[in-house]
Ligand binder design. Structure first.
Ligand code: NOJ
Length: 730
């Protein structure tokens, strides 16, 4: 049951209001305008917004900043408009409001949905106390495109991981009861961008997506279905086309799948001017046509462009727009406002507005950032840095003493990140910690290189903090080259050549191609954009105060030429076989070693783990049993075989070797992050059902099938695993 049925009380109030509203007031409820600062072309102004609210011709406002401003605007709508319907205020609270958590891609690397739930809870409390009722998050676009800047906002390349995170984030924002979002520390969530936005050709933002029905349903839709099931109050349409039909005009996805098949009774909001862009897409003839197409396809609220408000009346009069569709859209907006309790409590208590991170929320962000870091490489026991041995530490690189580590979508006014240099100085109070920037984050300047080399050569160990700044990740921030920008590779090489034990801390919002220097350094930690507590969290991991246990939620390619490169790719008739590398007529590149730099699911720890063979609760099951809800349990013994306590993510993949639609070489269907003391052993259990062993077909009506035959189960600590068990479906 996706949503609780609308309560009788809400239904009565919706019908009463619909009976009293003029057509213009109805269209007004479907209009969202931007308040002051811009997040896209043609940003709004406060005067227009206030005038529309006063006339009762506005349903929602995005980007209102501050409790006093939100109250002032709300007062106009509630006290001066004819019907006094409150506004709903939305904002992109993506990974924090005042307390900036690690970027979503980093959170995915924790392989621990509790991390994202905590972000959601902290963010919701901070945002709602400032008069924000609705966040345009979580983003759940599965993507195989590291060039695409918005991969930073996503949870990476896997639909199962994305779905688990989508559910956790929705619960974090909304709590457990989607029919009541009125609590002062809850906000409505928005599952976005519906759908397939992550498939943009070439990674260029807003670009074309041509996708088969089976790939749409198997790859892109599962997180959305899970989010709707978890009660996500709203969904945002995507900027892209889906096989030629723009997502904003796509009746198949918006109405057929989302509203009819999944029973979604919340609001579909357009993206910023996404309705008017139907003209640029070459789909709508003019603004009236754009409004007709979007509203008829299932968009309920229009962000920033005004085609519904401007042309809705004439579309109705001409019969091009159905009255019942208009009323349905208005009912959805009113239902959202009722669920948020806005009619009873339209204002916030300005004295109670949260205006800064607290000690508690900073601690939560620090713990989250530590859990997100991925130890890519650690040779010669360079890590953890031993406080008893490291008397002098050099910290170099353009991001060593930088507060610019919050990541994309940090809110204006949010406190800067604590620099890595400060974190390490505080963590190693007895060490002599020196610093030199070396080179800037970008550009040709190498004038500081010699100084960085000198401080590195003089120290017991050196930490090099390199990567990409937040400004080159996120929306409309696409790169064609994923190497370290500027002269940073030279810095790494020069510092490594000193012979001082060297740790590279990589920051960034996407996989970076590090093949040119990865072999020269013994240790690499992927820290992503770690958020407000960046420095302390990096220090926690480098010193071993926190056991690293993160895993890559995306494949790290060797070069951009390999993209798209992802773990759950389909089989081919001529796969590359490492046992016969000289074979010519197979699927491979001639000029580069096969496979990625680091695979999906990869990540080391400071100890070692051994996994035993998985055991199945039963080795055969019928399709009828699976359809009736029967499951198979997979039990995997895990042992910490090292001398330190540590954390491991046990991963379960399935593979269907003979199906009517060629299946991916592996599909992640279970993961569990566990902490084991040195020498400790535990059994991790997974449950597999029809959703795990079946797949969606190409039937546009939506057919999920489970076919008889073998299913291979792979367990491991990354996606590079071997078949260990076979389940027979009869
Ligand atoms: C455009 C982005 O695509 C979307 O994710 C965001 O919520 C809106 N702008 C509003 O800022």
């Amino acid at each position: 049951m996706p949503h609780d049925a609308t309560s009788d009380d809400h239904q009565t109030r919706i019908e009463d209001l619909l009976g009293r509203m003029t057509v213009e007031e109805k269209l007004g409820q479907l209009q969202q305008l931007a308040w002051a600062w811009n997040t896209g072309p043609g940003g709004g102004g406060t005067a227009d917004v206030e005038a529309a609210a006063r006339k009762g011709l506005l349903g929602s406002v995005l980007n209102v900043v501050g409790a006093a401003n939100s109250n002032a605007l709300q007062r106009i709508a509630v006290e001066e408009s004819r019907l006094g319907i409150p506004l709903v205020f939305g904002l992109d609270v993506i990974h924090g409001f005042h307390t900036t958590f690690p970027i979503p891609l980093a959170q995915a690397a924790a392989f621990d949905p509790a991390v994202t739930r905590t972000d959601g809870e902290v963010s919701a409390a901070e945002a709602r106390s400032n008069g924000i009722h609705w966040t345009f998050s979580p983003m759940m676009d599965v993507t195989h495109e590291p060039r695409w800047g918005r991969i930073a906002e996503s949870t990476g390349e896997d639909p199962y991981l994305a779905a688990r995170y989508a559910v956790a984030k929705v619960h974090g924002y909304q709590g457990g009861d989607p029919s009541d979002l009125s609590a002062p520390d809850r906000v409505a969530a928005c599952a976005k961008h519906f759908a397939a936005y992550g498939g943009a050709e070439g990674g260029r933002d807003y670009n074309t997506v041509d996708v088969s029905e089976q790939r749409l349903r198997n790859l892109y839709l599962p997180p959305f279905e899970a989010a709707v099931e978890a009660g996500a109050a709203t969904v945002m349409a995507a900027f892209n086309t889906i096989s030629g039909v723009p997502a904003h005009a796509n009746a198949h996805t918006l109405t057929g799948i989302l509203k009819q098949d999944w029973g979604f009774d919340g609001v579909v909001v357009s993206d910023w001017t996404g309705v008017r862009e139907l003209i640029a897409h070459g789909n709508a003839a003019d603004e009236a046509d754009a409004g007709r197409l979007a509203l008829s396809a299932g968009v309920d609220m229009e962000m920033v462009s005004t085609t519904f408000a401007d042309h809705g009346r004439s579309l109705l009069d001409s019969g091009a727009l159905r009255q019942d569709r208009l009323d349905d859209a208005v009912a959805r907006v009113l239902r959202l406002k009722l669920r948020l309790g806005l009619f009873e409590r339209p204002y916030v208590d300005e004295a109670a507005a949260i205006t800064a991170p607290s000690t508690r929320t900073r601690a939560a962000a620090r713990a989250a950032a530590g859990r997100c870091m991925v130890l890519l490489k650690n040779e010669d026991g360079v890590l953890p840095l031993d406080a008893g041995i490291v008397r002098s530490l050099a910290v170099v690189g353009p991001f060593a003493d930088s507060g610019d580590l919050l990541g994309t979508w940090s809110l204006p006014g949010a406190p800067e990140a604590v620099p890595v240099l400060r974190g390490l100085r505080e963590a190693l109070p007895d060490a002599d910690v020196t610093h030199a920037r070396g080179v800037p984050a970008d550009g040709p300047d190498t004038s500081g290189l010699a100084e960085a080399v000198a401080v590195a050569a003089a120290a017991d160990a050196v930490v090099v903090v390199v990567g990409e700044p937040p400004a080159v990740s996120g929306e409309a921030a696409v790169r064609s080259d994923l190497r370290l920008p500027g002269r940073q590779e030279e810095l790494v090489a020069a510092v490594a050549a000193t012979g001082t034990p060297c740790v590279v801390v990589l920051v960034g919002g996407r996989p970076l191609t590090i093949g040119a220097w990865a072999d020269r350094v013994p240790a690499i930690v992927m820290a992503w954009h770690p958020g407000i507590e960046a420095g302390p969290a990096v220090a926690d991991v480098l010193t071993g105060a926190v056991a690293p246990g993160g895993k890559l939620p995306v494949t790290f390619p060797r070069t951009v030429g390999q993209i798209p490169l992802y773990h759950n790719h389909e089989r081919t008739g001529r796969p590359y076989d490492p046992a016969t590398p000289q074979e010519k007529y197979v699927s491979k590149y001639l000029d580069i070693a096969d496979g990625p730099q680091f695979p999906f699911g990869h990540g080391l720890s400071y100890t070692t783990f051994a996994l035993g063979d998985p055991a199945l609760s039963r080795e055969r099951i019928t399709t009828d049993e699976l359809h009736a809800g029967a499951t198979v349990e997979v039990a995997v013994p895990v042992r910490n075989t090292g001398a330190r306590d540590g954390e491991e993510v046990v991963q379960l993949y399935v593979q269907d070797p003979a199906a009517s639609i060629a299946q991916p070489v592996r599909r992640l269907r279970g993961f569990r992050r566990i902490r084991l003391a040195a020498g400790e052993e535990r059994t991790v259990r997974f449950t597999l059902g029809a959703a795990d062993v079946g797949f969606w077909t190409n039937d546009p009506a939506g057919v999920h099938t489970v076919e008889p035959g073998e299913i291979h189960l792979h367990t491991g600590t990354s996606s590079h695993t071997h078949a260990r068990q076979t389940l027979l479906i009869t």
